[in-house]
Design a binder for this molecule. Structure first.
Ligand code: SF4
Length: 143
């Protein structure tokens, strides 16, 4: 049976980023037998495209305008987990630095471009539920 992974939809070319763009990459040959299921937790959580940038501060997520949008991110993380489970995905390839998908390093909540150690809301939720996270940033370093 084919292996299934979840992948950040913007990495497969879906223009779902906050700025209405995507960030596609060339899928490596060694992944050709893996079924990649695209998800965008922020859209799943009910946020529009384009949208105001958001960052995590003290465990909550805020729009740059200051609005607390944590619930959208929690909902998106839960829906992503549901999709992962329904598809029997055992790993997730996630876009780096995002307050949803980031893993290892994320923006520090000051909207100044600074990074800090941390995990996005979805990355954390998936990991807590036994799904292996493949950080896209780390994957790129291995090439
Ligand atoms: Fe890409 Fe994840 Fe941000 Fe959606 S939430 S645009 S999938 S990084």
């Amino acid at each position: 049976m084919k292996k299934t992974w979840i992948i950040s939809a913007c990495l497969l070319g879906t223009p779902c980023r906050y700025d209405g763009k995507s960030c596609p990459f060339e899928i490596p040959d060694e992944w050709k037998d893996i079924e990649l299921v695209p998800v965008c937790p922020e859209v799943l959580g009910g946020l529009p495209v384009p949208r105001t940038p958001s960052e995590i501060r003290e465990g909550k997520v805020y729009f740059k305008s200051g609005e607390d949008v944590t619930e959208f991110f929690r909902k998106g993380a839960l829906k992503t987990l549901e999709i992962a489970r329904k598809n029997h995905a055992d790993a997730a390839v996630l876009k780096s630095k995002s307050p949803s998908c980031g893993y290892g390093r994320i923006y520090d909540g000051t909207f100044t471009g600074n990074l800090t150690e941390g995990k996005g809301i979805t990355a954390k939720r998936l990991e807590e539920n036994g799904i292996r996270i493949i950080s896209f940033e780390e994957f790129e370093k291995t090439k």
